[in-house]
Design a protein around this ligand. Structure first.
Ligand code: AMP
Ligand code: ZN
Length: 143
């Protein structure tokens, strides 16, 4: 647990949240400032800042909870679709430094955009650049 982390405090029960599901390693609760009705966050109970900081079994459980929750939340709020996203790191917009997956219910004509809308200017990469990048990523090990 990290002392000044708001999500650790929710996990510890020190501040209230609208909890929707709990497993050994995860907690899911409603976002306090929702982008849509049913906007839910799934967090590991232990404090990890970045996606890659989580052990593999915890990462698996977090994603499994996303898998379990998306159809449930859609059905409860009668959504047409869902955007699932993780702001992984400050430059990506992460404000709470404790891993959390957003489940954002989406509705036809809700005025939102696809995940493609989150990035800025698109890079100009050739086919060779893509081939090289794929090879480099494929050959890299996690630090
Ligand atoms: P991010 O920008 O990905 O770090 O998102 C942080 C999210 O946490 C925002 O959508 C906030 O509305 C949400 N949030 C912050 N504090 C709380 C809280 N006490 N309970 C529930 N959600 C929260
Ligand atoms: Zn935390």
């Amino acid at each position: 647990m990290s002392d000044d982390c708001i999500f650790c405090k929710i996990v510890a029960g020190d501040i209230p949240a609208n909890v929707v599901r709990e497993t050994d390693a995860t907690l899911a609760f409603l976002d306090v400032n929702p982008l849509a009705p049913g906007h839910t966050l799934v967090v590991p109970k232990d404090h990890y800042e970045r996606l890659g900081d989580m052990p593999s079994d915890v990462a698996t459980e977090v994603f499994h909870e996303v898998y379990e929750l998306v159809p449930r939340v859609e059905s409860v709020v009668d959504a047409d679709a869902t955007t699932v996203g993780i702001n992984d790191g400050e430059a990506a917009g992460q404000e709470v430094p404790h891993v959390h997956a957003h489940i954002v219910p989406r509705f036809e004509g809700d005025g939102g955009g696809p995940i493609h809308a989150v990035a800025g200017e698109r890079p100009d990469l050739s086919d060779d650049d893509l081939t090289d990048l794929a090879a480099e990523i494929s050959a890299t090990h996690r630090e």
